[in-house]
Design a protein around this ligand. Sequence first.
Ligand code: FAD
Length: 471
Amino acid sequence: MSSDLSEADEVSEQRLERLDAETRGAMLYPGEPGYDEARAVWNGMIDREPGAVVRATGTADVVAAVDFARETGVELSVRGGGHNVAGKAVTEGGLMLDLSEMTGVRVDREAGTVRAEGGATLGDVDHETQLFGLATALGAVSETGIAGLTLNGGYGHLSREFGLAADNLVSADVVTADGEVRTASEGEHEDLFWAIRGGGGNFGVVTSFEYALHEVGPEISVFFVWFHADDAPAVLERFEDWAPDAPRTAGVLPFAGHVPELDEFPETARNEPALALLGSARGESDDPGSVFRPLAEAATPIADLSGPMPYESLQSLLDEDYPDGLRYYWKSIFLTDLTDEVVDIVLRYNETAPSKLSTIDIWHLGGAVSDVPQDATAFWHRDKLFMVNFEANWEDPAADDANSAWVREGFEELESLPVATGRYGNFPGLDDEPARLLYGENYDRLVDVKTEYDPGNLFHLNQNVEPRSER
Ligand code: FAD
């Protein structure tokens, strides 16, 4: 059978009908009500038309969809939270397995863990764990899916203290290409557990993630200060000195962008290029005045929005900046050092951004992420203290070329610097670079695990690790 469902013959049609009968969740076909909503993902640049969408309600539906794809050769895509920038959750013509209705979350207070289904968002998890003043380390925007985020690593406000989202994984239920349901953990299917912590969606469909929990909040100190672009070099110089010795209970994400048209900002500054620092501090660092003072005093701010807030509010603070359906092109690279050349590129490109919604972010990493040996999980780039992410965010399709070119050109300059290296799987552009760049010296072992669990490369709509052709 063709990998495209529109070319299905009579036998294949019957197999599709069987899948429809086997699944509890809805099957949606082109032209049917709900189909267009189901195929739409966060990035409005993605406009692919699957031959069918199956909205799984549980693991049995996932197994049925995986069996169907393996038996027929129809291309399979897997949607968790639908927030992958490259839109890999949507196949053109094949079967889209949509987990967005699988969002159940259960906290086990005695074990200190939380279990969440494969379609849950960060907000779904934080909402339940914060009920008990607990959290696991996830990302920084509540609408993002836990699945893609965790499988590719996952940085957020808690990472410097508690590691990547993947480092907090205790176990995962995975439907592998043979249709088996396997629980992967330190004690079971260790090779699979190693691979899914950083190796992306290459190894199966995760129906349930179990994470370790930590005491967080409910209220934490947030540092959110905006400076004019003229002051940005001085502020970033201060940040560069501050970051290596910063306490693990504090972190800051500087981003270059433009001042929003909001009441919180002076009218004269709106739309001007600027540098914002967004950070948070907890526990022993919970005296934001002293932890962040060197940064706050680096220059006179345009606006200081710092203050205590519920952890859940911090997690959704940026949500409205990333609405569904806008056009996005994001690319990231790790840095061993934040040199003057890097700062120059970040600030120069910010000035020329075709869209004032775009930002260039400097992630502050290290801490617990770097404690874990690079070969202990599939996630390789743990040793870098910084990462830069070019984020082009724009509305008008006519501006696609200008915005993509802006990212590509800035990225090319950055990439040519000796301090720039590797790639981060969660900010992958439109998947326009070799997956090898993500995995460093872990790549060969990933190929081994892929060959073991997915020899036919059923799960290839991701940053693909190809199995060996001979077994
Ligand atoms: P989807 O688009 O649903 O899926 C992406 C891919 O993941 C799929 O193609 C598939 O290969 C795989 N996949 C999805 N679900 C499953 C599953 N259940 N089992 C197996 N494979 C699956 N990253 C960070 O590290 N930190 C951040 O703070 C952060 N903030 C972000 C903010 C926004 C607004 C956005 C859009 C992204 C952000 N990211 C961040 C990046 C984010 O982690 C990735 O985009 C991630 O891929 C999103 O996961 P998803 O489940 O929503 O993706």
